[in-house]
Design a protein around this ligand. Structure first.
Ligand SMILES: [Zn+2]
Length: 183
């Protein structure tokens, strides 16, 4: 069996059709065989992944939907920490987009009563942080790429990313189709 194929992952949808995460192919097969999940076809979804063993070929869909309600793990908004702030901001300065020499900036500086809370902390590179100094972004004339807030539930951010990339793929496919039509 192709080990490369086995390392690929399948997108899992909840019973109510929300994309909730990924599982590896082995796990997906187990879910399908035990009827805890069913194949899910979504628009423009790519072909099933064919797994060949000496005796059989198995077609694993790229998306499956749970047929049983899944138990959601308890999740709480994480405490404000450097690690979680960097993760929320995708390891990029929220002023210039740099991914190097990252620090934590308090939007309203702490020296002026700014709090160490999710809505007042952002990732900033050293350069932007020192340029901003003891000022607010407005005072420093600096634009923020996002409005800081607490990180969303992991399932929510997964669904966001999934639909965003799905939409992007659809647009790309459309472009490819147009190119073919033109030639
Ligand atoms: Zn920066």
């Amino acid at each position: 069996m192709d080990t490369d194929i086995l390392s690929r992952s399948i997108v899992v949808f909840s019973k109510s059709y929300l994309p909730i995460g990924r599982v590896n192919i082995k796990r997906a097969i187990i879910l399908l065989i035990t009827e805890k999940a069913e194949p899910l076809e979504i628009e423009s979804a790519s072909q099933p992944i064919h797994i060949r063993s000496p005796n059989t070929t198995l077609a694993v869909p790229q998306h499956i939907r749970l047929t049983v309600a899944h138990k959601e793990r308890r999740w709480r908004v994480p405490a404000v920490s450097r690690r979680e702030i960097l993760r929320r901001d995708k390891h990029a300065c929220q002023y210039c987009g740099s991914t190097k020499k990252l620090t934590i900036d308090h939007v309203m500086p702490r020296s002026r009563g700014g709090t160490h809370t999710w809505d007042n902390v952002v990732t900033a590179c050293e350069r932007c942080n020192s340029r901003k100094g003891d000022r607010t972004p407005q005072e420093a004339g600096m634009l923020m790429r996002t409005k800081p807030k607490a990180p969303p539930h992991p399932a929510v951010s997964f669904a966001d990313d999934f639909w965003r990339s799905h939409h992007k793929k659809q647009v790309e496919e459309q472009l490819v189709g147009e190119e073919v039509a033109e030639s």
